[in-house]
Design a protein around this ligand. Structure first.
Ligand code: PMP
Length: 370
């Protein structure tokens, strides 16, 4: 950050660091947990045709309530919940959407956080949770996860009861550790506070099918909100579309803090088209899971500690110097993430070719400098 103190900036922003994943143009980018596969040609053609029919109407503001998109999201989620054997009744009034789940989270925290309020998270977790919280002037409080990065219902219940936060962040599967939470952990958080419980399920589609979504807990829990995204499994990070599922009253509250017309017409039409082609866009999820498993197995063979992951990335430890490993991989055209956990780094599953390139490079580095 430059010398922002020369400006009349909010005192609580001085000394803070912005979100900082390096954006480098290298051949193999495995650092921000995207879906490595491009949008299939059939979907590209459908998106082009759909946008084309909307272009002359761009003189008008978009549908502020994104009605068609809500219905498309309901259709997608109904399928998800039915396939899981846990149907959930989701009327469109239980759906929110915004420009990425970052904006969804920001709307929730603007509505329920703010000055004088507190949000609790269990770290290490997604670095934007504290940034979004403190950005609204709320206080961020964190508790540590277990040594294996898991969380028990007992530990969460005790911490939530102790802090009595206005907002609790739970992330499953958790970024950057890949760890999933049982529904008992979510219930424990909910039952031990009177605040909003956010379950960030950005990577849910990569989870084992046996792991139920927090969506199945929504009935009778008006303070629970589940956030998801089209940036990861759906391969639409560039589209910027995240969504949330919660009781209609909670969703309604978010309308107080969003900017009018926050979702552009182009975003809405592209997201609807993507949802019409969900099967194709999600078609590489199994391949990415295979790549993730191959990475985990190979890194374990090389002597790294590998944390079990239900996501599209792997957190690995026992690295003497993560910054040095990061640089050596970058020198070979491969970008991974040094997430600031001592002796650890995170890599996301790439295409088969990218995954092979990463595994070859890291084997080579270990062989040269064991
Ligand atoms: N939640 C988690 C846990 C994430 O890892 C990310 C992105 N890295 C997001 C939310 C935000 O994603 P987006 O805004 O692209 O939906």
């Amino acid at each position: 950050m430059g010398n922002i103190e020369s400006l009349p900036v909010r005192a609580d922003l001085v000394g803070r660091e912005p979100y900082g994943a390096p954006h480098l143009d290298v051949p193999v980018q495995l650092n921000v947990n995207e879906n490595a596969y491009p949008i299939p040609d059939v979907v590209v053609a459908a998106m082009r045709a759909a946008v084309d029919t909307h272009l002359s109407g761009l003189n008008r503001y978009p549908d502020r309530e994104f009605t068609a998109l809500r219905e498309h999201l309901v259709g997608y989620l109904d399928g998800v919940n039915e396939r899981a054997g846990t149907p959930v009744d989701l009327p469109p009034e239980m759906i929110w959407a915004a420009n990425g789940s970052n904006e969804v989270l920001s709307h929730i925290v603007q509505a329920f956080g703010g000055p004088g309020r507190t949000a609790l998270g269990f770290t290490p977790s997604y670095s934007m949770h504290p940034l979004i919280t403190t950005g609204t002037g709320a206080e961020w409080v964190h508790a540590d996860r277990d040594d294996d990065f898991g969380l028990t219902a007992e530990a969460v219940a005790a911490e939530v009861a102790r802090v009595d936060p206005d907002i609790v962040f739970l992330c499953t599967p958790n970024n950057p550790t890949g760890t999933s939470l049982g529904l008992d952990v979510i219930e424990a958080a909910y039952d031990n506070c009177s605040g909003i419980v956010i379950v960030d399920e950005a990577y849910a589609e990569f989870s084992r099918p046996a792991l139920p979504s927090a969506m199945t807990l929504l009935e009778g829990r008006p303070r629970l909100v589940v956030s998801r995204t089209m940036s990861k499994a759906f391969a639409c990070a560039g589209l910027r579309l995240g969504y949330a599922i919660a009781a209609p009253e909670l969703i309604d509250t978010l309308r107080l803090v969003r900017l009018p017309y926050h979702l552009s017409d182009v975003t809405q039409v592209l997201a609807c088209t993507a949802l019409d082609h969900a099967d194709l866009l999600l078609g590489n999820v199994d391949r990415l899971i295979d790549s993730r498993n191959a990475i985990a197995a190979h890194l374990a063979e090389l002597g790294f500690t590998v944390h079990p992951s239900d996501s599209n990335f792997v957190l690995f430890g026992n690295i003497a110097n993560p910054a040095e490993l990061w640089q050596k991989l970058l020198d070979r055209g491969i970008l991974i993430r040094d997430i600031g956990i001592a002796h650890h780094a995170r890599v996301n599953a790439g295409t088969e070719a990218e995954t092979t390139a990463f595994l070859t490079a890291i084997s080579d580095i270990v062989d040269t400098d064991p």
